[in-house]
Ligand binder design. Structure first.
Ligand SMILES: [Zn+2]
Length: 159
């Protein structure tokens, strides 16, 4: 359950952030919090966005965030002299197992109203010197437009 006042404050934060990014997009030099001077203990934009994201995605707070793949996800090279040269890719997943589908559905159902989601597959490969190690992981990317021009997203792990 959202605490009382959640709706109003999230909406307020969204408006502020949208206004700010519109001004930044217009090339305006934006100071801290509504153009005020910095150093007065006002909240920087990144923190405002983080707080907003936490508020908006609160219904999914118990879900595990997607953990990006790294070269360490590849199995150790068979050849002692080979060092992996990883390349990474991400795309919409087309064929998923029933388990992944069920997990993604669960996340989707818990997502805030108005959110959209997509199951993605992330892959890391190495194909240097005959190596063909590959590892992949699924995630479900949840997006929500909180104000015109301001879309927030978070990706959750699905196994
Ligand atoms: Zn390799």
């Amino acid at each position: 359950m959202a605490p009382p006042g959640y709706e109003a404050s999230a909406e307020d934060l969204a408006k502020k952030a949208a206004k700010r990014s519109a001004r930044e997009a217009a090339g305006e030099k934006v100071g801290n919090a509504e153009g005020g001077p910095t150093g007065l203990g006002l909240v920087p934009e990144a923190e405002v966005l983080d707080a907003l994201r936490d508020a908006v995605f609160a219904p999914l707070a118990s879900e595990t965030l997607y953990d990006p793949l790294t070269v360490a996800d590849l199995a150790a090279p068979e050849d002692d002299y080979h060092r992996h040269t990883p390349s990474f890719s991400s795309e919409a997943a087309r064929d998923v197992s029933a388990d992944v589908w069920a997990e993604a559905k669960r996340v989707r159902q818990a997502a805030p109203a108005g959110a959209t989601s997509e199951i993605r597959i992330h892959t890391v490969t190495c194909d240097e010197h005959g190596c063909d190690e590959e590892a992949s992981r699924y995630g479900v990317l949840v997006k929500i437009e909180v104000a015109p021009g301001l879309t927030l997203h978070r990706e959750y792990s699905v196994e």
